[in-house]
Design a protein around this ligand. Structure first.
Ligand SMILES: Cc1ncc(C[n+]2csc(CCOP(=O)(O)OP(=O)(O)O)c2C)c(N)n1
Ligand code: SF4
Length: 569
């Protein structure tokens, strides 16, 4: 008989073995594991979590609230932000604790969370706080929720490019176990390198569940022995005061990012997963990938009937990247050696591909593998005739727009493998996949060939948005972010919207040039508290004729019905 002492709370109380966790629950468990590790290491630390809700991290705050007794027991404070950048500012404060007298702990490890648009609005604070750095016994882990397919967002987002701009290293887990493992590495890397470290949480992985190993000490952290800390001081890269701006920049560019790379190297966060074991027939085709795209590659190989053994035999070397920016070069060099070609499989815009090409650029031409990924071997910059006398870019292989399907990845893999290995079994499986893909594209269910039903969402009956989003005859409204955005699909003369917190301000740029006298703007009560109040102040400051409707439904509905974060008056 199984262990009858297991309860739902075991996911947060078990100290060893395996528990069943969703990705969101793993993010709740993560700071508890960090505290347990610190305790075992004799460190007197505490934890702090702040951020703002939004899919795919819409339910994280509710999960943290539910786990409150377990967080309290591990000295972890959860203080949601009024918005994302104020949350990040509070996290910045945790790293300053030990600069002042009165600190009750040796350090505070902190976690920020938010969705892509929240990351976008944090550019200023991330840039400043990352340059200032983390505390030696603190560390900052930034959980960035990404929605590549815009399933629950007004635009798709891929935040790695934002973090590259503010110079924060990015880890990209592929499954629930890696949320725990990379999270612990993230804090350790942050303490070591002084950087704020990002962990990308993609909808496709953070919204899954799995049985995971929960032992806080199962991750062995190795501090690099090949990295020279300035002045031989192990804490030379951590936060300090005073700290002039050019010294911060020099510390970050000359040392901190290289310390993060050394940490990645020492802990083998990037690794070869499949390779030829036969020196007489070494690998020819390399595949480099990360996160969800890694899962797509595994699935595509499986669908093509290529297991690990066959893959190694036919000359495939598979490289799984855990830290996608910056890309550690020594591992890349060892991965690329002897290959004829490398296929980069990554979803959305090139991140790995551009770094890989840059790192291989100075190789001798006769040993440098060809790199394909977003585009085939003609490359992105080939100007190809369109047939109508115009020119276009090279041919897409794995397009950047939208998300990749397993069939697309399988097609690209089969094409590249087909250059040196053909098998009728692979071709037959590919044909099957293509047929499945075609019927899905036509809106047909592959199993039955019947049309899949599509239904436009509408307000729930009884919802105040049903009446509050109506406009008087002859007038128009602009929409805002929230559940009430659905009004744009209804016959209610409501068109265009802004990002969260800009509601109605587009009118400030139109009113001086328009014969229209007045518009309405919808603003949810949750958004009003988050940032929308400033939009109203902008409209007042500009003196434009606009009527704001603050849509009071007493909830931040779109993300799960959380209470508005404070009083509205
Ligand atoms: C900067 C930013 N953070 C978070 C989100 C995620 N988000 C989308 S709608 C929404 C809640 C809006 O609540 P409210 O304004 O009360 O409107 P309601 O959903 O209740 O209609 C949130 C947090 C976002 N779109 N942008
Ligand atoms: S705000 Fe709530 S009640 Fe209204 S449509 Fe959205 S989910 Fe339904």
């Amino acid at each position: 008989m199984g262990d009858l002492s297991t309860t739902l709370d075991s996911r947060y109380t078990a100290n060893s073995g395996r528990v069943f966790l969703s990705g969101t629950q793993a993010l709740v468990r993560l700071p508890m594991l960090q505290r347990m590790r610190d305790e075992a290491a004799g460190l007197n630390t505490a934890g702090f979590v702040s951020g703002y809700r939004g899919s795919p991290l819409g339910g994280l705050d509710q999960a943290l609230w539910k786990a409150r007794p377990h967080l309290d027991a591990r000295r972890i404070v959860f203080q949601p932000g009024v918005n994302e950048d104020l949350a990040a500012t509070a996290v910045w404060g945790t790293q300053q604790l030990n600069l002042f007298p009165g600190a009750k702990y040796e350090g505070v490890f902190a976690m920020w969370y938010g969705k892509g648009p929240g990351v976008d609005r944090c550019g200023d604070v991330f840039r400043h706080a990352n340059a200032a750095g983390s505390a030696k016994h603190g560390g900052v882990l930034v959980i960035a929720g990404d929605d590549h397919a815009a399933k629950s967002s007004t635009l798709p987002h891929q935040t790695e490019h934002v973090f590259k701009a503010v110079m924060m290293p990015v880890l990209y887990p592929a499954n629930v176990q890696e949320y725990l493992d990379y999270g612990l590495h993230g804090w350790a890397m942050s303490r070591y390198s002084g950087c704020w470290v990002v962990m990308k949480a993609l909808a496709d992985t953070v919204e899954t569940s799995a049985s995971v190993s929960i032992d806080p000490l199962s991750i062995q952290i190795r501090l690099p022995d090949d990295f020279e800390m300035p002045k031989n001081d192990p804490h030379a890269l951590n936060i300090r005061w005073p700290d002039p701006p050019l010294q911060q920049e020099a510390r970050l560019l000359n040392h901190k990012l290289y310390a993060a790379l050394a940490y990645c190297r020492a802990n083998q966060l990037n690794r070869v997963v499949i390779d030829s074991a036969d020196p007489a027939s070494p690998a020819r085709l390399g595949i480099i990938t990360a996160g969800k795209a890694y899962l797509d590659v595994r699935q595509a190989l499986d669908e093509l009937g290529i297991d690990d053994e066959l893959a190694a035999q036919i000359g495939i070397r598979l490289y799984k990247v855990g830290m996608v920016w910056p890309l550690e070069a020594d591992g890349v060099r060892r991965f690329a050696e002897g290959l004829e070609e490398i296929l980069v499989v990554e979803e959305k815009r090139q991140l790995l591909e551009y770094q890989l090409k840059e790192e291989l650029y100075n190789w001798r031409e006769d040993v440098r593998p060809r790199v394909v990924g977003k585009f085939d071997e003609k490359g992105e910059w080939a100007l190809l005739p369109t047939g109508s006398g115009h020119l276009t870019h090279g041919d897409w292989l794995l397009p950047a727009a939208g998300e990749l399907s397993v069939a697309q990845v399988a097609r690209a893999l089969a094409a590249r493998i087909g250059r040196f290995f053909t098998s009728s079994a692979i071709e037959a499986r590919l044909a099957l996949l293509e047929a499945k893909q075609r019927s899905l594209a036509q809106g047909l269910l592959p199993a039955t060939g019947m049309a899949a039903i599509q239904r436009t969402p509408y307000f729930c009956s009884g919802c105040p948005h049903n009446t509050s989003t109506r406009v008087p005859e002859g007038s128009r409204a602009v929409a805002g972010i929230g559940c009430h955005y659905m009004v744009t699909w209804m016959d209610r003369n409501t068109a265009t919207f802004t990002h969260m917190g800009g509601e109605g301000v587009t009118w400030v740029g139109q009113a001086p040039f328009s014969s229209e006298k007045h518009i309405f703007a919808n603003l949810g009560d949750g958004t009003y508290f988050h940032s929308g109040l400033l939009a109203i102040r902008q409209a007042v400051a500009a003196g434009v004729a606009i009527t704001y409707k603050i849509l009071y439904n007493d909830a931040v509905a779109m993300t799960g019905g959380q209470p508005v974060d404070g009083p509205l008056r």
